[in-house]
Design a protein around this ligand. Structure first.
Ligand code: G1P
Length: 348
């Protein structure tokens, strides 16, 4: 009974799905085990550090006993618990970053979110598990905003999953969502980037509806920074609403080759013909299937626009960016902001 309680606690604490009936100290990250009498084979995903310590390798078969019953499963995956897979479940103040993305999408009227994930990241899916007891607990402790957000999942917004099990680029990831998205315009939100609110996405959806073509979010950056991004070649100047027609674009150009200082940020509203374009794209920058390369063929063939973002944007794709996002948002928070500001002053 102690073990069962401990396992449930760790599952909740770390938002990880543990397999059935394996002693907790083995630190399996995810998987299923079967009684040895069962014909089905168990499969485990194991955290890298633990596998190294215990000398486990892919293909090893673990056997153990619980209450006199024999269990058995094969290690099929050794996972790195790296920054990449952890960060969307990190909390920004009191809300997981992933939830902020869902809130931004629903705020722009989106009612179906397709999460492109990989089988090696079960914590992402686990986040969306129906958990009425968690919502009730949040309410009873006064965290109504988070309770409202969680309550919307499955009720106001449908969540589906598409899987990209190999890192073959952003274009490839979007292509993996083809079946789940279907034949209608859709938005792409890269969860590395957190936006202040839903207004940019709302405006981009409007521009897509009125122009009939795809739309990207834009930001102006110092010329020296363009090489880390997709960069557009504008066809003319920005109008009063910050909208510009896009003639072409290029992924991560050298500074000297950049067609402008307008970079593509992680927000897109795309027409579904992009899926055929993605299927035709050859590996580009970094050997990956680049979304930018597929979008360039769209821009060459019809209406394509960019919308300059004027709202706050945090790039949490690296530890420094994530930290600055947390600090800025904490300073803004009506509950903890004033206390945090005082504490910061005391430190420095
Ligand atoms: C991706 C896109 C790039 C875009 C950027 C925005 O790059 O390929 O065009 O400017 O996101 O964050 P990544 O950050 O995956 O290298």
């Amino acid at each position: 009974a102690f073990e069962e309680r401990a396992r449930r606690m760790v599952e909740r604490e770390f938002n990880l799905s543990f397999m059935h009936d394996l002693p907790l100290h083995n630190r399996i990250v995810a998987g299923r085990a079967f009684n040895t009498d069962d014909a089905a084979r168990g499969a485990l995903s194991v955290e890298e550090g633990i596998a190294r310590t215990l000398g486990w390798n892919i293909g090893d078969v673990l056997t153990w006993q619980v209450a006199g019953e024999n269990f058995k499963a094969e290690i099929v995956n050794i996972r790195k618990l790296d920054w990449d897979s952890m960060r969307v479940n990190f909390f920004v103040i009191a809300t997981p970053a992933l939830q902020l993305i869902i809130d931004e999408a629903t705020g722009a009227g989106i009612d179906h979110v397709v999460v492109v994930t990989s089988h090696a990241k079960p914590a992402i899916e686990a986040y969306f598990d129906h958990a009425p007891e968690v919502v009730a607990k949040l309410r009873s402790t006064g965290r109504h905003a988070m309770a409202d957000s969680l309550g919307r999942i499955g009720r106001d917004v449908r969540i589906s999953f598409a899987y990209q099990d190999e890192a073959r680029g952003l274009g490839h990831a979007v292509g993996c969502a083809r079946e789940a998205v279907g034949d209608e315009p859709f938005a792409v939100l890269l969860p590395d980037e957190l936006m202040g609110d839903s207004s940019l996405l709302t405006q981009m959806i409007d521009v897509c509806a009125s122009s009939g073509g795809s739309v990207v979010g834009l930001k102006q950056v110092p010329a020296a920074e363009v090489s880390a991004y997709g960069v557009i070649a504008p066809a003319g100047s920005l109008d009063a609403r910050g909208v510009v027609r896009v003639a072409s674009m290029v992924e991560k150009p050298a500074v000297a080759d950049a067609p402008s200082d307008l970079i593509i940020i992680g927000r897109y509203v795309l027409t579904p013909d992009v899926f055929d374009r993605i299927a035709e794209v050859q590996p580009g920058s970094g050997g990956e299937i680049q979304l930018t390369d597929a979008l360039r063929t769209q821009a060459h063939g019809g209406p394509f626009h960019g919308v300059l973002s004027t709202i706050r944007r945090f790039d949490t794709g690296n530890p420094f960016g994530w930290l600055t996002a947390v600090v800025e948002l904490a300073l803004d928070d009506p509950d903890i902001g004033p206390r945090f500001r005082t504490w910061l002053h005391e430190q420095f």
